[in-house]
Design a protein around this ligand. Structure first.
Ligand SMILES: Cc1cc2nc3c(=O)[nH]c(=O)nc-3n(C[C@H](O)[C@H](O)[C@H](O)COP(=O)(O)O)c2cc1C
Length: 148
């Protein structure tokens, strides 16, 4: 059986209620778990949390991406999981990140002008490729800002 390199992109609705600090704590926990688990199985990617939605890119060997996504889908901290892309790819985009985090503010996302309209950032209108490109751009920016 081949274990091709895959890239999966989805978005979902946040089901975590509570004060901003509690939500921050939840996201920190998700990232810590993700970074440990993903590094172990060769999954890389990025997670965005914005306006009540999550968006995530997972890339790695098919078997590892599928097992990870199965677990994620069952997680009750989010729901209405919508798959945007699941493709065999030649190369990884997020080579250096077991799980990059981009907590994109409205202002950051607005800079990607064609992705935002007057009602704000509409994740449901994006293609997998677009969403992946946005997350990659934001991950690079956050890395540059952290290194400055
Ligand atoms: C939006 C979201 C994204 C997640 N992303 C990942 C991920 O990339 N990798 C991962 O292992 N778990 C991820 N999780 C957590 C899993 O759903 C699950 O809780 C975790 O994998 C269980 O790991 P453990 O058995 O080591 O505690 C995510 C959860 C949510 C809500």
């Amino acid at each position: 059986m081949t274990d091709d390199l895959r890239r999966l992109v989805y978005y979902s609705r946040n089901r975590t209620a509570g004060a901003p600090e509690a939500v921050d704590g939840t996201i920190r926990g998700i990232l810590e778990t993700s970074r440990v688990n993903n590094a172990r199985v060769g999954v890389t990617g990025a997670l965005m949390f914005n306006a009540g939605c999550f968006a995530q890119v997972l890339e790695g060997p098919t078997s590892a991406v599928e097992a990870t996504f199965e677990r994620i889908q069952q997680d009750e901290r989010h729901g209405d999981v919508a798959l945007l892309a699941y493709d065999v790819v030649e190369n990884r985009l997020f080579t250096d990140w077991s799980m990059a985090y981009v907590g994109a503010s409205q202002a950051e996302v607005a800079r990607y002008g064609d992705l935002a309209d007057s009602s704000g950032f509409d994740i449901a209108r994006m293609t997998g490729d677009r969403l992946c490109a946005v997350l990659h751009g934001l991950a690079l920016e956050e890395e540059a800002a952290a290194a400055a």
